[in-house]
Ligand binder design. Structure first.
Ligand SMILES: [Zn+2]
Length: 155
């Protein structure tokens, strides 16, 4: 093929993904992988890999239909997923949540302090522990998403 056909495929991919994003995730302001506030957009199937696929074949296009989505994401999930390829959001979410579990295992297993215990320690230590507790709750919610949320299922 002529030079520049790679660019054409890439543009076509962006158009397909962009069109689908508009429809389904237009009003979504949270990360579809962990439920935290949206910070960026993520290609479920990495664009770097998608541009090498032959999208003129209907079977390829159909299999990757959800995979070619651009979805709202937090920057942490976006980094974790990197360039790994997934054909749908659910599989990618499971992968990301497993990575978060492994990476933050110690924090997730941290002992919870009671109010009584907290009242016995100094201000600086207390505020540090409260911060750790807060972060642990966020991590728990991220790995349990969307079960941890009242937000209705969107995918
Ligand atoms: Zn996230």
């Amino acid at each position: 093929m002529a030079k520049g056909s790679g660019n054409y495929t890439r543009l076509k991919n962006i158009r397909i993904a962009g069109g689908h994003y508009e429809k389904k995730f237009r009003w979504v302001n949270f990360c579809v992988y962990c439920g935290q506030p949206k910070e960026c957009l993520d290609h479920v199937f990495p664009l770097s890999l998608a541009s090498g696929l032959d999208l003129s074949r209907p079977s390829v296009k159909q299999e990757l239909f959800q995979g070619l989505n651009i979805v709202p994401s937090c920057s942490s999930c976006n980094r974790i997923a990197s360039d790994y390829a997934f054909i749908n959001i659910r599989l990618k979410r499971q992968f990301i949540q497993e990575r978060i579990r492994k990476r933050y295992l110690k924090k997730l297993r941290a002992v919870e302090w009671t109010q009584e215990e907290l009242s016995e320690i100094g201000y600086n230590l207390k505020s540090q522990i409260k911060k750790l507790n807060h972060n642990r709750i966020i991590l728990e919610n991220r790995v349990m998403w969307p079960a941890s949320s009242k937000t209705k299922r969107i995918y």
